[in-house]
Design a protein around this ligand. Structure first.
Ligand code: NAD
Ligand code: UD1
Length: 338
């Protein structure tokens, strides 16, 4: 039996495909390459010595989904495919809802027709909005999202929950990621953002490699220990392994299952700059500027449920996140473009 990984050529998807291939699973990847390159899958092959079967196509395309389910014995789906740029989602809400929400509906409809009854979905801590309590547990209220990207994640969560109620054989696992960073220790795969990065670590590493001049620290007057925003950064390989654990536990385990995937520790923007500098012995010039609209002060997880139920916890510390980010960036200054 094989696992279908939608969005498997992307950042988190490619790292998860590595971990899945390392456990000798048969993997099929569906990706339209709208935000990725097939080179990532060639690198996955280099790392693992194994090949994932690749279909270039769209989750909105029923024909290719039917073809995949007909040609392969798929028993579960890990669903990464989606658009993720918060700012762009505000400009192009219909594009985001069409891709992320309608795309997920089409995928689940075709899964049900093909009698594939397990899905693991990439959600985000963004569904908690400005969180009711810190650290955030899975019971915190959700839905106070402030942009179409976040709302699309919340909507897909609800759609999956309702599907598990209507189809008693259906198992849906929602993984709420905190802030994924880092790269595979080989330096062969990593995050390859288009244009100027929005997220902190890709920005820091592009400053370090000389592509950008200096980091702007968004806000130094938050109610945090040094005034800058605090987040729960999680190494992408730990995150990838979380997907394997979720699948092991909930394959064909009908119902709706939610987990936070984070470390449980918050670091400030200035902590991150200092850690990057110390781990890699390289300076990261920065300036303090105004807050970025839509940002919150503090966001970190209580990851206890994932430990108790899945037996999963993070193993890679901040130093490892920084070293692996830099190893990827310095060896691939232009990402997969060479
Ligand atoms: P990514 O852009 O690197 O990967 C997403 C992949 O999906 C890309 O390869 C893209 O080409 C593909 N894709 C997009 N729309 C598609 C479609 N309609 N059909 C087929 N393929 C399509 O992003 P990522 O960081 O690896 O994120 C993976 C998932 O995790 C996304 O759903 C994202 O929203 C979610 N997530 C990411 C983060 C993060 O910080 N990276 C945080 C929380 C949640
Ligand atoms: C952002 C998204 C969130 C998404 C997550 C992961 C917003 C409002 N939220 O979260 O929906 O799930 O990415 O992709 O965009 N920072 C700087 N300078 C920079 C970049 C960031 O100071 O150039 C700060 C931010 O203010 C924040 C921290 O670094 O305090 C982390 O930012 P970022 O990596 O963008 O992640 P989030 O804002 O947590």
């Amino acid at each position: 039996m094989a696992i279908l990984v939608t969005g498997g050529a992307g950042y988190i998807g490619s790292h998860t495909v590595v971990e899945l291939l390392n456990t000798n699973r048969d993997i099929v990847v569906l990706d339209n390459l709208s935000n990725s390159s097939e080179v990532s899958l060639e690198r996955v092959k280099k790392i693992t010595g194994k090949t994932a079967k690749f279909y270039q196509g769209d989750i909105l395309d029923r024909e290719i989904l039917r073809k995949i389910f007909a040609e392969n014995q798929i028993d579960s789906v890990i669903h990464f495919a989606g658009l993720k740029a918060v700012g762009e989602s505000v400009q192009k809400p219909l594009y985001y809802y069409q891709n992320n929400v309608t795309g997920s509906i089409v995928l689940v409809e075709e899964m049900l027709k093909a009698n594939v009854n397990t899905i693991v979905f990439s959600s985000s801590a963004t569904v908690y909005g400005d969180p009711a309590e810190i650290p955030i547990t899975e019971n915190c209220p959700v839905g106070g999202t402030t942009n179409p990207y976040g709302t699309s994640k919340y909507m897909v969560e609800r759609i999956l929950e309702d599907t598990t109620k209507a189809f008693p054989q259906f198992s849906a696992v929602v993984l709420r990621y905190f802030n994924p960073v880092g790269a595979h220790s080989s330096g062969l795969i990593g995050e390859d953002p288009n244009g100027i990065p929005n997220n902190l670590l890709p920005y820091i590493s592009q400053v370090a490699v000389g592509k950008l001049q200096q980091l702007s620290v968004f806000g130094s007057d938050y109610d945090t220990y040094d005034g800058t925003g605090v987040r729960d950064y999680i190494h992408v390989v730990d995150l990838a392994i979380g997907h394997l654990k979720a699948l092991e536990k909930h394959q064909d385990d009908a119902g709706f299952h939610i987990y936070n995937l984070g470390t449980g520790t918050g670091y400030s923007v200035l902590d991150m700059v200092k850690a990057f500098e110390q781990s890699n012995e390289i300076q990261v010039p920065y300036k303090l500027v105004d807050r970025r609209p839509g940002d919150i002060a503090t966001c970190y997880s209580n990851p206890k449920k994932a430990l108790e139920v899945l037996g999963w916890k993070t193993e890679r510390d901040l130093n490892q996140m920084m070293k692996d980010t830099w190893n990827w960036q310095k060896n691939n200054p232009n990402g997969y473009k060479g």
